[in-house]
Design a protein around this ligand. Structure first.
Ligand code: HEM
Length: 125
């Protein structure tokens, strides 16, 4: 059985990877359009993909350790975090396709991350 602490670590590594991946994609677009380095493009996408998976793995692992197992209705704070997770997952499709979204997305990332952390720590819903 993996511990709550291990799931928490996995969760936080996941959100660091997602922010690094999305940040890399966004700053490249802001700095000058399409990415010339295939390595950089693939690494940003890999960071994002792996991070999105690890957030989920760590998050559900912690839910289980908190006793929020299958059949127990999710409290509001988990639904809000799931929504933030979905937004961060889909955000990767925006910067290259719609370069105008890059700057607002860059400002939105810390807001989304902070909001998800606030929900987890204060559980207001
Ligand atoms: C489906 C998506 C998610 C689920 C199920 C989930 C679940 C959880 C759970 C169960 C906790 C522990 C709460 C506690 O111990 O009282 C937690 C903590 C946390 N989550 Fe999430 N989360 C999700 C998405 C996210 C996202 C997208 C972010 C940020 C981008 C995030 C950031 C955090 C942070 C910073 C903590 C606090 C860790 C700590 O106190 O050590 N989570 N999450």
């Amino acid at each position: 059985m993996f511990s709550y602490q291990l799931y928490n670590l996995v969760h936080i590594v996941g959100l660091v990877l997602v922010m690094a991946g999305l940040g890399g994609m966004i700053v490249t677009v802001i700095a000058g359009g399409e990415q010339r380095s295939v390595w950089a493009r693939r690494s940003a996408a890999a960071f994002h993909g792996l991070g999105i998976f690890l957030i989920l793995l760590g998050g559900f692992g912690m839910l289980a350790r908190l006793g929020l197992v299958r059949g127990t209705p999710w409290p509001g704070w988990v639904w809000v975090k799931a929504f933030v997770w979905g937004t961060l997952a889909l955000a990767a499709f925006l910067p290259y396709r719609y370069p105008k979204t890059a700057k607002p997305l860059l400002l939105l990332l810390p807001v989304l991350g902070g909001f998800a952390a606030y929900m987890a720590i204060y559980k207001p819903l």
